[in-house]
Design a protein around this ligand. Structure first.
Ligand SMILES: NC(=O)c1ccc[n+]([C@@H]2O[C@H](COP(=O)([O-])OP(=O)(O)OC[C@H]3O[C@@H](n4cnc5c(N)ncnc54)[C@H](O)[C@@H]3O)[C@@H](O)[C@H]2O)c1
Length: 267
């Protein structure tokens, strides 16, 4: 069902790789709600992923950008400015840890890779916002979102150094949200999503069990990628104009449950 919530709005979506990606679902729903989009991902993802299909489906220009590169971001926003003028919403849906990918334990981190984890998964969010802010490219009452995970608040040992990356990401949302709110009435939030079967998600060791555990612990069950897309659309719409600097849980209630009887029974 579509409500025209984003009619006339213009947005940039980072991080759609394939049809399982959360960003993919957000692009589909935002398009269905009437938004005009620009899609972007790292050059390698444009070569390997299926994002061209999504670009065709949503009528969106596709612009390669490594989100850690200020040059790439400036080029991306040049295209956005030429296409749209100012922008109403941005989704940062980017995560990658070389330590996770290469199976390095948290207690024996490679620190060069740790820097990469931070740069790709968190500092890129600051870079995106800093370029938008300094170029004054966001419309008033615009909305900027990034996706995060509850390992920023609680220990999930298998999440490895992504836990610190998410803590940093959430902090950037709060801190930049202040400046963006004062300057341009732009809101900045993070959505903390249930485990979701995507390329990034399934890269975390023990992912299937985390999914089952989340399902048992959440009274409403795990939030799906589609649920996350619905929430993002709501956060991009004019119905949430004074929600800012928040970490918003989209997790079926997981974050507020101590123990679930089903889990005790299973033990
Ligand atoms: N899947 C989950 O369980 C889950 C749960 C909570 C939060 N998240 C977060 O959701 C976001 C999206 O991940 P997903 O689960 O849809 O997986 P995904 O693998 O589909 O998306 C991750 C994206 O990051 C992109 N990326 C990596 N390096 C980049 C770079 N240098 N520049 C630009 N883009 C780059 C990848 O190309 C990919 O499109 C991530 O921030 C992830 O941490 C995922």
């Amino acid at each position: 069902m579509s409500y025209g919530l984003l009619k006339g709005k213009k947005g940039i979506i980072f991080g759609a790789l394939d049809e399982n990606s959360i960003a993919w679902k957000v692009a589909e729903k935002a398009h269905a709600e009437g938004a005009s989009l620009i899609l972007t991902n790292a050059p390698v993802a444009l070569r390997m992923g299926k994002i061209k299909e999504l670009a065709e489906k949503t009528g969106a220009p596709l612009v390669p950008a490594d989100a850690t590169s200020i040059d790439d971001l400036n080029k991306l926003f040049d295209t956005a400015e030429a296409e749209f003028g100012k922008i109403d919403f941005v989704l940062h849906s980017i995560g990658m840890s070389p330590n996770v990918r290469k199976g390095r334990p948290y207690t024996d981190l490679n620190y060069d890779w740790l820097h990469k984890t931070y740069d790709i998964s968190a500092i890129s969010f600051h870079k995106v916002m800093q370029v938008l802010y300094n170029r004054d490219l966001m419309n008033e009452w615009g909305s900027i979102l990034a996706l995060t995970y509850i390992a920023a608040q609680r220990a999930f040992p298998e999440y490895n150094d992504m836990a610190e990356a998410k803590a940093l990401l959430e902090s950037f949302a709060r801190s930049f949200g202040y400046h963006f709110g004062k300057k341009a009435k732009v809101r900045v939030n993070t959505i903390s999503q249930s485990p979701t079967p995507t390329t990034a998600g399934t890269g975390v060791s023990g992912f299937d069990k985390m999914l089952t555990y989340g399902e048992m612990m959440s009274p409403l069950g795990n939030a799906t990628a589609e649920d996350c897309a619905d929430y993002c659309v709501a956060m991009f719409s004019d119905l949430t104009r004074r929600v800012t600097m928040q970490n918003l849980y989209n997790d079926g209630g997981f974050s507020s449950v101590g123990i679930a009887p089903e889990l005790l029974e299973a033990l």
